[in-house]
Ligand binder design. Sequence first.
Ligand SMILES: *[C@@H]1O[C@H](CO)[C@@H](O)[C@H](O)[C@H]1NC(C)=O
Ligand SMILES: *[C@@H]1O[C@H](CO)[C@@H](O)[C@H](O)[C@H]1NC(C)=O
Ligand SMILES: *[C@@H]1O[C@H](CO)[C@@H](O)[C@H](O)[C@H]1NC(C)=O
Length: 445
Amino acid sequence: METKKLVFQCAIILPFLLQVQGQYDPIAFTLGQDSHIDIQSAANATKIPFSVVITNHHQANVNAGEFTCTENGLYKFQVYSLTKSNSSLFLELYVNNKLLASLWGHTTGDYASAGNAVITSLVEGDVVSVKTRSQRAVNIFGKAGQIYTTFTGVQLGSLEIDAERYGPMSAFSVGLTQHQEVHTGQNVLYNNILTDTNTAYSASTGVYTVPSSGLYIFHFFSLTLQNKGFWQELFHNNIYVCSIYGRTNQDYADAGNTVLLHLKENDQISVRAHRNSSLFGTSDQIYSTFSGTQLVREADISSGHEPIVAFSVGLSHHVTVTSHTKVIFDRVFLDLNSVYDKKTGEFTAPVGGLYEFNFHALGKLDSRIWLELFHNYRYVNSLYSHTPGHYATGGNAVVLELDAGDVVYVNANGDVNLFGGHTQIYCTFTGYLLFASSDPTEIIG
Ligand SMILES: *[C@@H]1O[C@H](CO)[C@@H](O)[C@H](O)[C@H]1NC(C)=O
Ligand SMILES: *[C@@H]1O[C@H](CO)[C@@H](O)[C@H](O)[C@H]1NC(C)=O
Ligand SMILES: *[C@@H]1O[C@H](CO)[C@@H](O)[C@H](O)[C@H]1NC(C)=O
């Protein structure tokens, strides 16, 4: 077993070493909150300070919860959070004084989670931060070993470096700034276009048309109108990929998902309603979003010159994951070089470097979900959710520096009843290599 692993690593790492210097090293960070925060209602928004730096790569300029851009380019940001019981979460992601995205969570009698993701271009000096909504009290849950509230930023760097050779990689990020009733089988028509490098998203059809073949990652989030629901699905051409679902009594429900796909030029990606869905959006509250970017060009996949690592897996059946065991995802959307083990639930890094991970879950009816991401034996972050009388959802994201051979997996805390079906994939786990490190100690290993 050990010998086989070693041979595998050497065989694929050595050719990559020659290329590592040519790769673009992106700025990336993940901040987390490992203590409670209680913010009183105030006229002005309050910045979330974030108490721990989980990862800071390439000297990301993060200070007291704020990220200051030091290199012009496109960036992806993700925020996840959890309220204290019976409290509400009302957070906003800002660049300078411009709202990028909103998060809302409240569940009577339990803790509510929420998340969002956007891609935006920044110039040097721009400041990105997570703030509370003005005039709102916000209570965030956090403890050592229980980090639900995170702020992740990743520079989509190769856009700048390889633009001359190949043209820019495509990225888009759209949202709803008005409420929308989406009928069964129809696409969500996101009206607010924040980013669309190749004019590849159509606001009149809701379809993103893939400009060139390669690997792409997508994030989509929604919030319902009060006491309404949504059930939406990501479609690749006319093929079902994965879902989000939200519903609470007398409140607003949030859900999101992430998937990484290998696509061909002119493929079409959209978010459709499986059932009539009532989505929330106003000009100053953007919860319902759809974002995506090309990560790797087809030419780079087929050439084999660069270390390309990417996997995206989901759960296609109900399962009870017993406490302190791993979630085993069975549906494989993508798994280049077999880095995800469907027997153990572990991702193993074939090369050292900087990786991004995303995980999302939906619990069975009235069930509590509590999942934790682990890097080897080290706890990273969590999702928690419970919506009495309904299905609860949660997610989280992180960037991590890994050594070759490191494992990353999703563990249950307490017995967790996850919801899944053949065409109802809410629970997912996605990861990819952002940048391969050239640390000589990893070369020998
Ligand atoms: C609150 O915001 C207003 C308007 O931006 C600003 O003039 C004022 O100084 C702020 N107050 C505090 C205490 O930061
Ligand atoms: C939350 O609200 C529910 C219902 O009103 C109540 O039963 C419960 O005790 C409250 N929990 C806390 C921690 O305040
Ligand atoms: C969905 O919305 C359409 C159009 O408003 C309506 O005709 C239909 O009855 C709705 N379906 C359900 C199941 O509510």
